[in-house]
Design a protein around this ligand. Sequence first.
Ligand code: ADP
Ligand code: MG
Length: 368
Amino acid sequence: MNTVTGSAPGRVNLIGEHTDYNGGVALPLALPHRTRARVQPRADGVVTASSSAPGSSTVTFDRATQPGDVDGWAAYVAGVFWSLRESGHEVPGADVVVDSDVPRGAGLSSSAALECAVLVALDRVAGLGLDRTGMALIAQRAENDYVGAPTGAMDQMAAMHGGDGQVVLFDARAVSAQPIPCDLDAAGLALLIIDTRAAHSHADGEYGARRASCEEAAAQLGVSTLRALQEQQVDAVVDRLGDDVLRRRVRHILTENARVLRTVDLLRAGKVPDIAPLLTESHASMRDDYEISAPEVDVAVEAAMQAGALGARMTGGGFGGSVIALVDRERSDAVAEGARTAFERNGFTEPHTFVVVPAVGAGVQEDQ
Ligand code: ADP
Ligand code: MG
C-alpha cells in the first residue's frame, strides 16, 4: 500500500445559519486554506498521529479504537478510523502526519478539514472507493459520536463537495450537495473575512438551547422539522405560536431558508452583486430574532458597511467567530481597515482579515 496525502479545505458559510438541524438549506464554500494529512500505512494495526499545530502532542492508538480512547486534537483522527470501521470499512494502521493553514477555532471549520483530509487519504490507501457524500457523513459521525460535538453535516459536505468558483447548496433534508456558480472575480468582487477573534464562553449551551427551541416549536406546530413549513407564509406560521421567543426563533429559520434559496436564484442568474442585501438581512435576523450575535461581530458588520461593503454578516454558529463582507475588489483593503479602526476604538483585540475565493474540495495525491 502506498503512502497517500489527503487534503481538505476549511469552509465559510455564505448564508444559511442554524438551518441545517431544521432540515433546511445552507450555502457554504470551500476555502483556499487547507489541511493536509500524510498517511503512511503500517502492517501492525497501530496508528500514530502528529500535527504541526502548536500544542498538538503525538498520539498512538489502535486502528480498532473506541470512543473515549483518545481525546484532544487526535480524537478527530481516531474518530475517522472508528467511524470507518462502524460503517463496515476495513482500514490499516498508519502513521498520520498533519499540516494545515486553516485557522483553528475561527469558525472556518478546521475540524472538518482535518477529518476529511484523513478520510480521503484512508479511502485511497484502503481502496474503498467511497463517494463524497458518504465520506462527509462518515466524517460527521466521527465528530458527533467520537469527538462528541453535536454538529450538522454542512462543514463536511462543504469540504467534500466544494469547487473552484462554486458555492455548495447543502440541503439537510435531502442530505445532498449541489454546485452553484459564484464567480466573484468575474463580477469584480471579493469576499473579505474578518475573524473577530471573539469566542463566547457559553456558545455550546446556547447552541443546544436554540436547537431545543426549534424542536419545541416544530412539535407545537405539528411537524417533524421546521422545513416542512417553508411553503407557508412566515407571519401565518409564527402567529400560531404563543411564545414570543419561539416566534422569533422560527421567523429566523424560515426567512433564512428563503434567503438561501433567493441567493441561489441570483447566483444562477449571474447576478452576484445582488446577493449583498440578503447577507445584511441575514445578519439582522441572527442578531434580533435568533439572538446569536456578539458585540465584536456587530461592530465588524457595521464598520464593514460604513467602509463601503455591499453586504456583511456573521458566519458560523454565533457568539463570535468570523464576519464575511462582500466588497468591490478594490475596496477590500479599505473595508478591512475600517474594521480594524472600529475594533481599536472599541478596545477589542485586533481582528484578522483576509480575502478568499471559493476553492476546490478534498482530494488526494499519491507519493511516488
Ligand atoms: P473549527 O472547526 O471552527 O476550527 P472546532 O472547535 O470545531 O473549530 O475544531 C478545532 C479543533 O480541531 C482544534 O481545537 C483541534 O483540536 C482540532 N484541529 C483542527 N485542525 C487541526 C490541526 N491542523 N492540527 C491539530 N488539531 C487540529
Ligand atoms: Mg469545527
